[in-house]
Design a protein around this ligand. Structure first.
Ligand SMILES: NC(=O)c1ccc[n+]([C@@H]2O[C@H](COP(=O)([O-])OP(=O)(O)OC[C@H]3O[C@@H](n4cnc5c(N)ncnc54)[C@H](O)[C@@H]3O)[C@@H](O)[C@H]2O)c1
Ligand SMILES: [Zn+2]
Length: 363
């Protein structure tokens, strides 16, 4: 069985990320060396539980763990302080103490929420990530950002709290809805553009196999993406500099998401449109060749992602960008590509140029 292992290097907080097929069936044995305590509390939701909870639970039990389960409803609205509190109360009821551990089994919502609960319950207990969406596997589960939302905005309350290990089983991707899988491809293509031209080429050359979920290709792809994210996080855990390049495409994505109230447009789709705008700004600035932008946009489109939009007015997007601007000392910050594989951070872009690029994408 093909399995890859990557280490997120953060001194004493370092942890392994394992990527392979059928991992969740052996999770009990795998965490045996990592977790000290007798009990694991699995946090999952009512979509993932019927699919994978039993497998994870019986494997842990076979390895001698007492297993507690906390099942919450599906949905981004569960990423709230109220649900975090409910999880903590449930843990208390089940006599979970600081020697025990949490296990997040689900997409980014479950990962962010469980990580947050783990970081505050009894001032912090160990937790393990078992991400089950493509986006959570290559992005949300790595790097230790945990969060819940406030009505005023996403991820406004949170902590930096690293898991003890991440287990990525590519087999669970089989049950993902098509558009949720596609959405994960957006962050994956982003990794190629910000850091690794060869990887971008690998994605171009193997797209068909990847989209048909060839397992060997998925293990390879997810490993490279995890390595890219892990390297960036290792160098800048708390996002004081370099880690910001992971926000490529996200400036406009956040504007799109706030206009759509985080509902009708999926995050990965918004990021794809955002990369298209950022790429256009870079071309207009003369720092990114038009041919490279075409290459970027072609791969995004071939993967099933949008690079233009007619649903929102360009003016509304610009307004949303500017309201973000107030938050950050009057400057809109963009990550701009220089070539595929290299980006730069720019917070001094002419308004007219931003407007021109936005107008060329929001048609
Ligand atoms: N912490 C970070 O660094 C970070 C990074 C990126 C995103 N995020 C957060 O991640 C969240 C988005 O994550 P997401 O896209 O995984 O969304 P999600 O967790 O809502 O999952 C998407 C949908 O797929 C379902 N699902 C999950 N696994 C499944 C499976 N194997 N088979 C069938 N259905 C499955 C979920 O129940 C849900 O309905 C956002 O809240 C975002 O803020 C965090
Ligand atoms: Zn993102």
């Amino acid at each position: 069985m093909k399995q890859e292992k990557i280490i997120v290097k953060l001194g004493k907080d370092s942890y392994p990320v394992s990527i392979g097929m059928g991992l969740i069936g052996d999770i009990g044995a795998a965490v045996g060396n990592i977790l000290q305590g007798s009990t694991v509390a699995i946090v999952t939701n009512d979509v993932v539980a019927p699919l994978y909870l039993e497998k994870v639970r019986s494997s842990l039990k076979q390895s001698g763990f007492r297993v507690v389960t906390v099942i919450i409803p599906d949905g981004e609205e569960q990423k709230s302080i109220e649900t975090a509190k409910r999880i903590c109360e449930e843990l208390l009821k089940n006599n979970i103490d600081r020697t025990h551990s949490l296990l997040a089994l689900g997409g980014g919502v479950i990962g962010d929420l469980t990580g947050f609960a783990a970081s505050i319950y009894m001032r912090g207990i160990p937790f393990i990530q078992v991400p089950t969406t493509l986006l959570a596997q290559v992005d949300a589960s790595i790097g230790g950002k945990t969060a819940v939302n406030l009505p005023a905005g996403k991820n406004l309350i949170g902590t930096f709290y690293q898991p003890k290990a991440v287990f990525i089983d590519v087999d669970v991707l089989d049950s993902l809805k098509e558009e949720v899988f596609t959405e994960g491809m957006s962050e994956i293509i982003k990794h190629g553009i910000i850091k690794d031209r060869n990887y971008f080429g690998f994605l171009e050359g193997n797209l068909k196999g990847i989209l048909s979920k060839d397992k060997n290709l998925l293990v390879k792809m997810i490993s490279v993406s995890c390595r890219i994210k892990a390297d960036i996080v290792s160098k800048d855990e708390k996002e004081s500099g370099l880690r910001a390049i992971l926000n490529y495409g996200h400036t406009v994505a956040h504007a799109v998401e706030s206009l759509s109230s985080y509902k009708s447009v999926l995050h990965g789709q918004a990021v794809s449109i955002g990369m298209s705008v950022a790429g256009r700004i870079a071309v207009l600035k003369g720092i990114f060749p038009e041919k490279e932008l075409e290459k970027q946009n072609k791969l995004l489109q071939d993967a099933g992602l949008p690079v233009s939009q007619s649903r929102f007015a360009a003016d509304d997007i610009i307004k949303a960008l500017k309201s973000d601007k107030k938050v950050r000392d009057g400057k809109v910050r963009f990550v701009l590509p220089v070539r595929i594989g290299k980006v730069t951070i720019d917070d001094d872009i002419d308004d007219a140029l931003i407007s021109k690029a936005v107008n060329s994408v929001f048609i």
